[in-house]
Design a protein around this ligand. Structure first.
Ligand code: GDP
Length: 199
């Protein structure tokens, strides 16, 4: 499936710009710079499908990608969060867009929430986790950049994250452990995405 056609469909800065809810959607969320673009590119085997969105001006949109021809499902690149310098208005807009999307999108099957393996779940990540729990949206944690830490550190962050997840209702205690750089865990992540598409 991932070696077949995958293409950018559209950006939705507001809910009225969402594409028709025709097929299942799998979304990716995470703090800015967590490695979301790199991971989506590794997942899809494309060099520059998702572009690094390192400027606050580009944080506002949901980006939709069509997978398969005929269309099988969509990958949704959610706007990054946690910019230290983001204006209050920008944060508010993000919150409304994400909340509305999570609550209203019946075709949304699961959100993959990316967490930097060097840091684990931080306060800045808790808002989206709380929103996901409140919207009863299924989600799964994906640890990123695991090539940057030692195996012993990875073990520790996996254990800590599992404890944090066990306290939350809608999460999967299992998580994906990835390195976009070294292509670690990418096959497993593909399976996890397909599993979520077909639940
Ligand atoms: P985004 O803002 O979440 O889309 O993050 P990017 O994908 O643009 O990545 C942010 C930075 O982290 C870039 O400099 C990437 O090269 C780097 N990066 C992303 N994934 C990895 C990874 O798996 N390993 C390492 N070492 N660096 C990564």
């Amino acid at each position: 499936i991932f070696s077949g056609p995958i293409s950018f469909l559209k950006s939705a800065p507001q809910l009225q710009h969402l594409p028709d809810a025709e097929v299942p959607e799998i979304a990716f969320a995470g703090r800015s710079n967590v490695g979301k673009s790199s991971l989506i590119n590794a997942l899809t085997g494309r060099k520059a499908l998702a572009r690094a969105s390192n400027t606050p001006g580009r944080t506002q949109e949901l980006n939709f990608f069509d997978v398969g021809d005929p269309l099988l499902f969509r990958i949704v690149d959610m706007p990054g969060y946690g910019y230290a310098k983001a204006p209050v208005q920008t944060v508010k807009k993000w919150r409304y867009l994400i909340n509305d999307y999570l609550r209203g999108r019946t075709v949304l099957k699961r959100v993959f929430v990316l967490i930097d393996s060097r840091h684990g779940i931080k306060d800045v990540d808790k808002e989206i986790l709380n929103m996901l729990d409140a919207a009863a949206t299924s989600y799964r944690i994906v640890l990123t950049k695991t090539d940057k830490i030692k195996a012993s550190e990875l073990e520790k962050v996996v254990a800590e994250t599992q404890v944090a997840l066990a306290k939350r209702a809608a999460a999967y205690p299992e998580m994906s452990v990835t390195s976009a750089e070294k292509k670690g865990g990418i096959d497993e992540l593909r399976s996890a995405v397909l599993e979520a598409v077909y639940i």
